[in-house]
Each structure stands twice: as C-alpha cells, then as structure tokens.
Design a protein around this ligand. Sequence first.
Ligand SMILES: NC(=O)c1ccc[n+]([C@@H]2O[C@H](COP(=O)([O-])OP(=O)(O)OC[C@H]3O[C@@H](n4cnc5c(N)ncnc54)[C@H](OP(=O)(O)O)[C@@H]3O)[C@@H](O)[C@H]2O)c1
Length: 312
Amino acid sequence: MSDVQIGKSQVYASTLGLGTNKIGGHNLFKNLDDEVGKEVLRTALRNGVTLLDTAYAYGFGQSEKLIGEVLQEAEFDRARVIIATKAAQVPGNEEQLDNSPEFLQNAVEDALKRLQTEYIDIFYIHFPDEVTKKNEAVKALHELKEAGKIRAIGVSNFSLTQIKEANLDGYVDVVEDNYNLLHRKAETELFPYLAKHNISFIPYFPLASGLLSGKYTADQKFAENDSRSKKADFTGERYQKIIATMTEMKIIAHRNDATVPQLVLAWYLKNPHIAAVIPGARNVEQMVSNAKATDIRISNDDYELIDDLFRF
Ligand SMILES: NC(=O)c1ccc[n+]([C@@H]2O[C@H](COP(=O)([O-])OP(=O)(O)OC[C@H]3O[C@@H](n4cnc5c(N)ncnc54)[C@H](OP(=O)(O)O)[C@@H]3O)[C@@H](O)[C@H]2O)c1
C-alpha cells in the first residue's frame, strides 16, 4: 500500500485508511461490540493500513481508548501507525463546541492519555465554534506541533471561508469534509483552493454510509428509527436513481475484478485531489475487502465513466 504526505507535514499515511466511528462509537451506532472493533483495528494494521481516523466524539473517548489498547499489543509498532483524531465537543456537554486555544491544549492532552501515546500524528478541529478566530485556534495547534505533541494540523467541517481564515499563517496541513460520488460540492471551490495551498483533502462518508457499497435494493425499507429513512439519498426518486446507478457500477466492478465498494474506493484513490480515503468498517470482512481497493487500477475510461454516471 502506498503512502501519501499529509500537507506540508512530515506525516506519511497509507492512502487507504480506516474510519473508526463504528469502533467504540456507541453514542452514534447501536449494537457495537468493542471486541469486534478491536479485531477490525488489528485487521487493518495487518493489512497494511496505517491511517486510523478517530475522534473524541466517537464514544466520547472510547474509540481512541480502543485504539490505544490495540497499539499496546506487542504485534504492533506505534511508530508505524498514523493516528488522526479530532476534538471540539466539550466533554460532558457535547452539544457545545469549543475551539479556544485552552480547550485545544487540554483536548490534545486528554486524547494522548486515552491513546496511550506521546504524540498524535494528525489533530483536527472537529467542528468550528462560533466565537474563536480560526487562525488563533490553528496557532494554538501550531504551538502543540512545535512542542512535539501533534505532527500535522487539520480542520474538519469548516466552510471555505473558515478554512481560509484558519490557514492565514499557512499552518493547515489537511481538511476532512463530507465528499463522495453523491456529494461533490467540494470539487468547485474547495479542491482548487486546497491544491493551491498544498493542503491535503480526506473525504468522510466515502461509501455514503453504505449506500455506495451496492448492497441495497430498490425495494429496501429502512425502519422509522433508522436515521437513513429520513435522509434524501435514502428516500424517493433520488434513492431509486442511485440504486439504478449502482446497477451500472456492478457491471464496471465486474470487469475490473472488483467489488463495488472496492471500485468506489479505487475511484477516489485515482482522484488527484484526494490524499487518502477512510471508509468505516463494521466487521473484519469489510475491512479485509476494503484494504484490497488499493490493488484495483481503474482505466482512464472507467474513471471518466464513473465520474459521468454520478453527475445527476
Ligand atoms: N470529520 C467528520 O465530521 C466525520 C463525519 C463522519 C465520518 N467521519 C469519518 O469518516 C469515516 C467514514 O465514514 P462512515 O464510516 O460513517 O461512512 P462510510 O465510510 O461512507 O460507510 C461505512 C459503511 O459502509 C458499509 N461498508 C463498508 N465497507 C463495506 C464493504 N466492504 N461491503 C459492504 N458494505 C461496506 C458499512 O455499512 P453497514 O454498517 O451498514 O454494514 C459501513 O458501516 C468514519 O468512520 C469517521 O472516521 C468523519
């Protein structure tokens, strides 16, 4: 698996990472088993994945804690792993966001303890708060970088205006935001800005929460209490259009000797604006399969074809 440099930092991460909101993220998903989650982490590391994307918000520290525990196991070398974590939610009052320098300093110290490590490879401000000047927040992270506590600086869920303010001193290395074949707003203004300023982009929801895995059918019913039943992608005409497109994706996947999720992930990996992808995996099987996406080489024709298929 190849590595990619994160922004201007000295961090080199595997282009195929693992999103860990289903590892310890009990506040976000039901019926998660921490032992399964740890086995998914081990499987990722054994399959050459070095980039682990976590956050305080995933289980309010539990996801970070599980990562810390696995990295203590003799089989794994902390130095070879790229831990990306995030903070902004105030512990105990998670609806409230804080980007103040003091909050970020404490958040990094707390994350270091949960992760049982001396440094964090990529630290993101998870969400913008309403009051802190973004360049002041990033300056605090720059000081943590100089102190060796973090190695690269990221922001997530920032508008382009907020990213520009955050990067006034040129300190931002990476942006993480919602982007996938179904949600491509980032392409028009964000991608050109990031390319010009040598800032990496890591999309979240690369599989559109499973919709782009191709496993759903036209007559699929999502339960009332399933958040997907209220999302535009999963309802009405748009859902039917997506399912029809996934049928075409199955044909393209077949001729590339790939599964649909592998094809989708390989499409992102061929996109020069995308540094790395961090699909979530609920179980070991998904992890093993997703790690193989880096073996798929899509032709330029198929790349363009997929690009066109999703322009609706
Ligand atoms: N910065 C942010 O604010 C932010 C926000 C959201 C997410 N994230 C990060 O981005 C990561 C990715 O997002 P996500 O995990 O929510 O969504 P995702 O990667 O778009 O989708 C993950 C889901 O796709 C399905 N899936 C994965 N591999 C599969 C395979 N090989 N075959 C069939 N289905 C497969 C699984 O669905 P089932 O569970 O139905 O099996 C899995 O839970 C997160 O884990 C997190 O680290 C960041």
